[in-house]
Unconditional design. Sequence first.
Length: 264
Amino acid sequence: MTLSRPYVTMNMAMSTDGKISTYQGKSIQFSSVEDRRVMDEIRFQADAILIGANTLRVDGIHLWIKTEALVKKRAAQKKAPHPINIVISRSLDIPTDCRFFSYPDTEKWIITSENSDSEKMNDLARFARIHALSQSQSHDDIDLSLVMAYLKKWGVNRLLLEGGSRLNFQMISHNFVDELYLTICPIIIGGERVASPVGGQGFPSHKIRNLKFLSCRHFEGELFLRYQFLHGQIGNPRKYRSALDREVFLSKLERLEFLCGNLE
């Protein structure tokens, strides 16, 4: 089936207690060299990387591929050395003196609302390509459905989502996220109001999103998890697990009957 939007992968790292920053709102580099290598491999597959403006304000870093062999491999595939760096922002309160804008080898886009401050747009246009899209009719945010449609139209077939937590929630709410890579790091940060990988207002019980486990790998205290989003399964996970258990049981029963039949 051909998607009318990019295939979206979300990649996040968190502490063992599920935090991605300190109580002061500061981002910290708590993941390892191995996590950086894995991140490069995930970025290698992407046409573009999407982040929210707050993530840019907090981190300020460019989104690049550090592993030279992967950069050369992209070149051999006639791709840009790094995925397009995309920031989505309604307010356009974006600092232009951060490393994100100073790195010359990444193409930079800013997606905003057509109703955003025109002066800020003109200022930021010196540093990035500005895409001003229609605003959602139901609220003041940018229409993510329109964003996804335009990204597909502009040639972005594989999109990597790297936060922040509010944007992650919005994307998951629209069922736009297909896959999740999650690194769990062996540290405790704590804090009642400290951000987790997915923020926003949260889901009520009947709208909980369900995931299918794909793989897990352990390396020097870190866990590297991979999940698939089950878009057709929203709500209480127990009813789906019961159905899945029954499906697995019937499959094994059919296999057993087949083997027994061959023995007769």
